[in-house]
Design a protein around this ligand. Structure first.
Ligand code: AMP
Length: 281
């Protein structure tokens, strides 16, 4: 695996090697890699000649400075994992090299309601920051395929929308959420959970599963309220529980029984914020 740190080195490598756009698969990450990230690398490995991963903790997508500062970093272990998973290039830029003219946004992306609901409501500006960095990375790499995890369901819709807006010819491949044996979605933030918090954290997935099991039996508003009560009783501080159309994330009040639904949740266990989602039908 080749490690490149400067955007110019990465674009020169790609251009000098005359590597075809449609043979490049790209997996952007913020590091502290786990099997969820590696599943994206494995899928990209099967479908591309060149697999590029990036590790960059992007300051402009954090709304909480403490969250940014406490974001875990395990770079040496990450390098070994990527190499083993068959990644060809690791792009590891610095903040200064990624944002040589400062990180103030040069453009506002029109994300419609996706910018202000769910994650957008509780992390204002988050998705503009995500689009800013993913746009820069896509310009540097110009991959034919971009690999994202369903774990960040809303982010997948946002990035798809951004790509169609900037008119890039990159397909988005959404990979299923990888979970621990008790159902907890793998996340870099899980390492911040104490032993007791870690045990509790599985209830997030159990609650989503409860919604899925009862989707035909209960009124959706009641079901959300019941799910909220379960989590609150277990000591979670719930930010949102939503049952939405999977295509658009519009809230569903009266389900037509046909459109695909997804339940999404964000909740804190003490200081650690976790998100998860489950497609319901
Ligand atoms: P992050 O490092 O958290 O920015 O995540 C990088 C990519 O890995 C994103 O596309 C995430 O959606 C994806 N990802 C994170 N956790 C998981 C997981 N448990 N399963 C599948 N993909 C994941």
């Amino acid at each position: 695996m080749i490690l490149l740190k400067h955007p110019n080195d990465l674009s020169s490598f790609i251009h000098n090697g005359s590597i075809a756009h449609n043979s490049i698969g790209f997996v952007p990450t913020m590091g502290a890699l786990h099997d969820g990230h590696l599943s994206l690398i494995h899928t990209a490995r099967l479908e591309n000649t060149l697999v590029i991963a990036s590790i960059f903790v992007n300051p402009t997508q954090f709304t909480d400075l403490t969250d940014f500062e406490k974001y875990p970093s395990t770079i040496e272990a990450d390098i070994l994992k990527l190499e083993k998973a068959g990644c060809d290039i690791l792009f590891l830029p610095s903040v200064a090299d990624m944002y040589p003219n400062g990180s103030s946004p040069s453009q506002q992306y029109d994300l419609g309601h996706l910018d202000s609901i769910l994650e957008g409501e509780f992390r204002p500006g988050h998705f503009q920051g995500v689009c800013q960095i993913v746009h820069l990375l896509l310009e540097t790499i110009s991959p034919g395929r971009l690999y994202l995890g369903q774990k960040d369901f809303q982010q997948c819709l946002v990035i798809k929308k951004m790509i169609s807006q900037i008119g890039m010819d990159t397909s988005v491949i959404i990979c299923p959420t990888q979970r621990e044996p008790d159902g907890l979605a793998m996340s870099s933030r899980n390492v911040r959970l104490s032993h007791l918090e870690r045990k509790k954290a599985a209830n997030l997935f159990n609650t989503l599963s409860y919604i899925k099991e009862n989707i035909l039996l209960e009124d959706l508003e009641n079901l959300k309220q019941m799910a909220q009560n379960i989590l609150t009783e277990q000591g979670f501080k719930v930010e949102y529980i939503a049952i939405s159309k999977a295509q658009t994330l519009e809230t569903v009040q009266n389900w037509d029984g046909k459109s695909t639904l997804v339940a999404l949740v964000a909740a804190y266990i003490n200081q650690v914020r976790l998100i998860d989602n489950l497609v319901l039908n």
